[in-house]
Structures are given as C-alpha cells and as structure tokens.
Design a protein around this ligand. Structure first.
Ligand SMILES: [Zn+2]
Length: 78
C-alpha cells in the first residue's frame, strides 16, 4: 500500500529528482521551481534553506505550499 505521508527525498525516490534538484537537496536548499527565470540565471530553483524533514527538501514556504493540495509524498489530495 502506498504511504502518502512518507517524506520524499532523492534517496527514497531518485527518479523524481533531476541532478540539479538532488544537488540542491544535498546542499540543504529548496529545489522548488519558482517558474520565472531572470536574465542570465541558470536555473529557477528557490534555493532558500530547506526545512528539516520537509518533503523534497523544500523550504518552510514551499513545503507549506506543497501540502496545501498534495500529500507529503507529492500525490494530489483530490
Ligand atoms: Zn522554497
């Protein structure tokens, strides 16, 4: 049975992370895609410090955003 409350990391779910996202996770930074790239920017990740134990290594803001309509494992709540 799928446990929707488990915490997803690059070590539990390697196929759900790009190398860049895993590098951010390992550096303790949020890998949330903020969506808008500024000129000269190589990626669009949030890069705020990760909240300890947060799914996907997200920061406080983005862990909260994820959990508004997703389970901690990233599956939609409805
Ligand atoms: Zn973030």
């Amino acid at each position: 049975m799928q446990d929707r409350n488990r915490i997803v990391t690059p070590y539990t779910d390697p196929d759900r992370f790009t190398p860049e996202e895993k590098a951010a996770f390992d550096a303790g930074k949020c890998c949330w895609d903020v969506g808008d790239s500024h000129w000269g920017q190589r990626d669009t990740m949030c890069h705020q410090p990760s909240q300890p134990g947060a799914p996907f290594g997200y920061c406080v803001v983005h862990a909260h955003r994820l959990l508004e309509d997703h389970w901690p494992d990233g599956s939609p709540r409805r």
